[in-house]
Design a protein around this ligand. Structure first.
Ligand SMILES: [Zn+2]
Length: 50
């Protein structure tokens, strides 16, 4: 039986996952930074809420 392609989705935000199965939604608790960043992103926005 051939089902249509099932896009794996995050169990938290329901966004489609990357090919490696990580969440690409930065606002999601399961978000994983890109393992191979091609461009450096300096995030200076640290609100220190932690
Ligand atoms: Zn997610």
């Amino acid at each position: 039986m051939d089902y249509f392609k099932v896009t794996k989705r995050c169990i938290r935000c329901l966004k489609p996952l990357r090919e490696n199965g990580t969440c690409q939604n930065p606002k999601c608790v399961r978000y994983k930074p890109d393992p191979e960043p091609e461009k450096k992103q300096e995030e200076k926005t640290n609100d220190g809420a932690k």
